[in-house]
Design a protein around this ligand. Structure first.
Ligand code: FES
Ligand SMILES: [Fe+2]
Length: 437
């Protein structure tokens, strides 16, 4: 349970909010590179409550700018993208990717007005077919993060973004929730699942460690990048299974995967307070990824705005017949299952009314880290610096081990990720507003 004011602090991310301002100091995936063609149509994209526009100019440079023209506010999404700039169709004002006004034909040639006109423009960079943006103050811009999958060939990656109809926090909480997999994602019968895939579109096999024998024992440790959440499950009388989820501050995760399975990375970027850009990158460690099979098992179908075709309005196409023999949820597509349970909570879940159990430990810890950091940010103290961690080495990988051994021995944290006392420590905060679990 959370106090209402803490729930507000955690979930409000628009301009000027403490969480929104802290999030702006981290790199954000914005859209796929192939959504933008040189001199092609500009794309509207809302992020952290800001109406933005992305476009690719004649030279291939990407601009991430305010959607509204600084003259009288017409949407530049209607603009003409050519000659290394975007021209407003109302009075012809033209802007480059840096937001500089490069033509102002509605004023006399000797007008000084042009010099003082600037279209808000954010820093961008492209990596692995994704355009990233930095929306924070220039002086606080961190180095671009080096995630593990960024070092793999493009043929081993498949990435998707989708508009999810609820606040980012309940989506991210779902990702740290080991125990939901054993219910929501359970296939009722063993299926023939392709090598490397976690599941079919129905769900995860009933003998998979994530599904078998719930509840698992859990632990959470603070690391240099955020939290490592451990689950220890029972495989059989002699063997335990040790799984991990990485929460990389403030909105990236690696959900659990066993050795031999393709990996998954997520980013949950607030679109506004009531919707989220949910990004996933699936990656095959050693061979080409079966992109088609991965897309099919996730089952997300979207329209041109990246809104889902299976959604709350059609009950995610839940089929109650399936619940009798095929899967626990009656919903096809493992990502649809996640979207159904998080979106039906409502746009922002009221955490003053929840009842947390021991299975919610990683969620409690993640919230606490976000709250502690945002309060540090409000005091103008530093928050977690991802540049201090060798993120290129980090991904989730589950193992089996002899029963009864400690998780910290079987699946130890790489020494380079051990949390060291820095200028910010969680213990500096006062009493937490969490219900004891
Ligand atoms: S509103 Fe854009 S040029 Fe006038
Ligand atoms: Fe899930």
């Amino acid at each position: 349970m959370l106090k209402t004011e803490d729930n507000e602090l955690l979930t409000r991310t628009g301009p000027g909010t403490p969480m929104g301002e802290m999030f702006r100091r981290y790199w954000i995936p914005v859209l796929k590179s192939d959504e933008l063609l040189s001199d092609g149509e500009p794309k509207r994209i809302k992020i952290l409550g800001e109406d933005l526009l992305a476009f690719r100019d004649t030279d291939g440079k990407v601009g991430l700018v305010d959607e509204k023209c600084p003259h009288r506010g017409t949407s530049l999404s209607l603009g003409n993208n050519s000659g290394c700039g975007l021209t407003c169709i109302y009075h012809g004002w033209k802007f480059n990717t840096q937001g500089e006004c490069i033509d102002l034909p509605s004023e006399p040639k000797d007008s000084k007005l042009k010099k003082g006109i600037h279209l808000k423009a954010y820093e961008t960079t492209e990596k692995n077919g994704i355009v990233w943006g930095y929306l924070g103050p220039k002086e606080h811009q961190p180095p671009f993060p080096d995630f593990y999958w960024m070092n793999l060939a493009d043929s081993r990656l498949v990435s998707e973004r989708v508009w999810q109809e609820c606040n980012y926090l309940q989506v991210m909480e779902n990702d740290l929730d080991y125990v939901h997999a054993a219910f929501l994602h359970k296939a009722l019968q063993k299926q023939n699942i392709k090598d490397g895939l976690l599941s079919s579109k129905l769900g995860i096999n009933p003998d998979h460690p994530l599904v078998k024998n719930p509840p698992v024992k859990q632990a959470v440790e603070t690391t240099s990048y955020g939290k490592r959440c451990i689950a220890v499950g029972s495989e059989d009388e002699t063997t335990d299974v040790f799984m991990e989820i990485h929460y990389i501050f403030p909105f990236y995760t690696y959900p659990p995967r066993m050795k031999g399975e393709d990996g998954m990375w997520h980013a949950f970027i607030p679109r506004d307070d009531h919707s989220t850009w949910s990004w996933d990158v699936q990656f095959a460690h050693y061979s080409e990824i079966d992109a088609e099979a991965q897309r099919e098992r996730r089952g997300i179908l979207v329209d041109e705005q990246f809104r889902k075709l299976n959604n709350m309005m059609n009950n995610y196409k839940q089929n109650r017949e399936l619940m009798t023999y095929a899967n626990y949820s009656g919903i096809e597509g493992i990502a649809n299952q996640d979207h159904a349970v998080t979106e039906t909570m409502g746009p922002i879940v009221d955490r003053s009314r929840e009842h947390l159990g021991t299975s919610d430990l990683p969620i409690i810890q993640m919230r606490r880290m976000l709250l502690d950091n945002v309060k540090a940010h409000m005091r103008e103290e530093p928050t977690i610096r991802l540049q201090d961690s060798p993120l290129g080495k980090l991904y989730s990988c589950g193992l089996t081990g002899p029963k009864g051994r400690k998780w910290s021995e079987v699946i130890p944290l790489d020494g380079e990720f051990v949390y060291k006392d820095g200028s910010f420590t969680e213990e500096t905060e006062g009493p937490h507003s969490y219900e004891k679990v």
